[in-house]
Ligand binder design. Structure first.
Ligand code: C5P
Length: 228
């Protein structure tokens, strides 16, 4: 049974793409402008990865990770400055979730088909009136294949690494640009080559290459798709 069925009249804008393509920033701004809900699906995978780390689970033990995916409670709330905070089992884990370690753990567990199934209904439950902007890797292909609006954002790996470098530096985290580029390429390769829900644009997605484009320009192009 398709658990999305009761909600299919509610519009969804899916924004998929590789890490560092600007999905998070763009999706959030677009959802605010439209007054729609926002789903950061990557945060769910990261949360499971972080919870698995807290419980000292072995990333090579799929059964334990699947249980963890079912058991981990993930909550989202806006802080007063408008930033999205993520609670994992009631603990604010926003900063820990953003680290490359959490990203790599998320990418490893996201390759387990049963983990993906465990998170499916939770993602579809975000489809609430008046609409949803869903950010991830398989939003347009697997989770909301019937979404009326689909975008696939890309950018060169170098530019994505630089954006990530700036973000982390601004937060006072010391990182190495070459190392970041290598991690981004490794994560892209794993996300694109996995057997289940690999990173790829939906056939009906509009592709936008954000290399050299500012945030406002991308937001405007995405908004034009929804409200031409
Ligand atoms: O988008 P973000 O970088 O937070 O995602 C972290 C990881 O979670 C990705 O590298 C990917 O492996 C996984 N992911 C996924 N499907 C999604 C969202 C994220 O497999 N819809």
């Amino acid at each position: 049974m398709n658990s999305a069925a009761p909600h299919t009249s509610i519009p969804v804008l899916t924004i998929d793409g590789p890490s560092g393509s600007g999905k998070g920033t763009i999706s959030r701004l677009v959802s605010q402008q439209l007054g729609w809900h926002y789903l950061d699906s990557g945060a769910l995978y990261r949360a499971v990865g972080v919870a698995a780390g807290w419980a000292d689970l072995d990333l090579a033990d799929p059964a334990a990770l699947v249980r963890c995916a079912f058991d981990t409670k993930v909550g989202f709330r806006d802080d007063p400055s408008g930033e999205l905070r993520v609670l994992v089992n009631g603990v604010d884990a926003t900063d820990e979730l953003r680290t490359e370690t959490a990203g790599a753990a998320a990418s490893a567990i996201a390759a387990i088909p049963e983990v993906r199934s465990a998170l499916k209904d939770r993602q579809r439950a975000f489809r609430q009136a008046p609409g949803l902007v869903a950010d991830g890797r398989d939003m347009g292909t697997v989770i909301f294949p019937d979404a009326p609006f689909k975008v696939f954002l890309t950018a060169s790996a170098e530019e994505r690494a630089e954006r990530r470098y700036k973000q982390l530096k601004d937060k006072g985290v010391s990182v190495n640009l070459d190392g970041l580029l290598r991690e981004i390429l490794a994560r892209d390769a794993r996300d694109a080559s996995r057997a289940v829900a690999p990173l790829r644009p939906a056939d009906d997605a509009v592709r936008i290459d954000t290399t050299g484009l500012g945030i406002d320009a991308v937001v405007e192009r995405v908004l034009q798709l929804v409200t031409p």
